[in-house]
Design a protein around this ligand. Structure first.
Ligand SMILES: Cc1ncc(C[n+]2csc(CCOP(=O)(O)OP(=O)(O)O)c2C)c(N)n1
Length: 287
């Protein structure tokens, strides 16, 4: 299946982010289970990545020239599925099958080899592992003298996993500069606010102490996202991290900033209100 075109201006990328948010709500209304808050909060970054920044190859899910995109927090699958479908990795129609038994869009993502879904590099959902894979991938590419770039999406709650910090130390030690990590910094996790469950602050200072190039941005601001990715990619001699301040449930007033939306879908009434707050776009709904 050939890819849909890249979008080159901020307004279009914002509109795509809104469409992805509508898709997330519609998928969850159909599946009646799944994660709302994290996916909605990350829609701007996914729109920026899939429609502007990621080097994607037409027709090939895993082409040799592609950038590698790892999503370590598999529970935000709805935003990933919507982005992949919108870019043309699989038919939009398939978004109706989120969490259906024997379908390709499981609650947590799995790659082509096991589930037949193109564009997913590795299975994720068990937190803490994705960054290690991303670091290994980046080192491997460098050993093969390949120019491909590697991105990894991590959650702030996920940073409580010890394995993350082994990977952070490893990437710095090996001066892995073909890697950018995003932290979805929404101060929410499955059962509370991150600062209450187990504080990870001061986060930027921790990454700086590990010798990572460290950026802090508004992760729901498209121009901020785009310009920081460019800066991070140009860094030499060390890995980069973009601590992206996002809002859980962004775009839906009654979900915003509330960790209780980490893993729940809207009901019919809530879904209706959510879709009113996210007006239709020129890209059109899948239902
Ligand atoms: C190894 C492991 N431990 C626990 C869980 C259960 N779990 C799923 S999501 C989550 C919270 C993750 O927080 P964050 O990454 O900040 O996600 P957000 O709430 O922002 O979407 C937890 C503890 C898991 N999936 N894997």
């Amino acid at each position: 299946m050939s890819r849909n075109p890249q979008l080159d201006n901020i307004d279009d990328l914002n509109e795509m982010a809104r469409q992805i948010r509508r898709d997330i709500i519609n998928m969850l209304l159909i599946s009646k289970s799944g994660h709302s808050g994290g996916p909605l909060g990350m829609a701007d970054i996914f729109s920026a990545m899939y429609f502007n920044k990621l080097n994607i190859e037409d027709e090939q899910p895993y082409g040799n020239e592609r950038d590698y995109f790892f999503v370590s927090i598999g529970h935000i699958a709805p935003v990933w599925y919507a982005s992949l479908a919108r870019r043309g990795y699989f038919p939009l129609e398939e978004l109706k099958t989120l969490r259906k038994i024997n379908g390709r869009l499981q609650g947590h993502p799995a790659p082509l080899k096991t589930h037949g879904l193109p564009g997913i590099e590795i299975a994720s959902g068990s937190l803490g592992q994705g960054l290690s894979v991303a670091v290994g991938c980046a080192i491997g590419l460098r050993m093969d003298k390949k120019p491909n770039y590697v991105f990894c999406i991590n959650g702030d709650g996920e940073l409580q996993e010890g394995q993350i910090w082994e990977a952070v130390m490893t990437a710095a030690h090996h001066k892995v500069d073909n890697l950018t990590m995003f932290v979805d910094f929404n101060d929410c996790q499955i059962d509370g606010n991150v600062h209450n469950v187990m504080n990870i602050m001061p986060l930027a200072d921790k990454f700086k102490a590990f010798n990572w190039e460290t950026y802090e941005i508004d992760g729901n601001n498209m121009s901020n996202i785009l310009e920081t990715i460019d800066k991070a990619k140009s860094v030499k001699g060390k890995p980069s991290v973009i601590i992206a301040h996002t809002k859980m449930g962004k775009g839906v007033s009654f979900m915003e900033g509330d960790y209780r939306w980490h893993g729940n879908p809207p009901n019919e009434e809530q879904g209706k209100i959510a879709l009113q707050e996210l007006p239709p776009t020129r890209f059109g709904d899948f239902i």
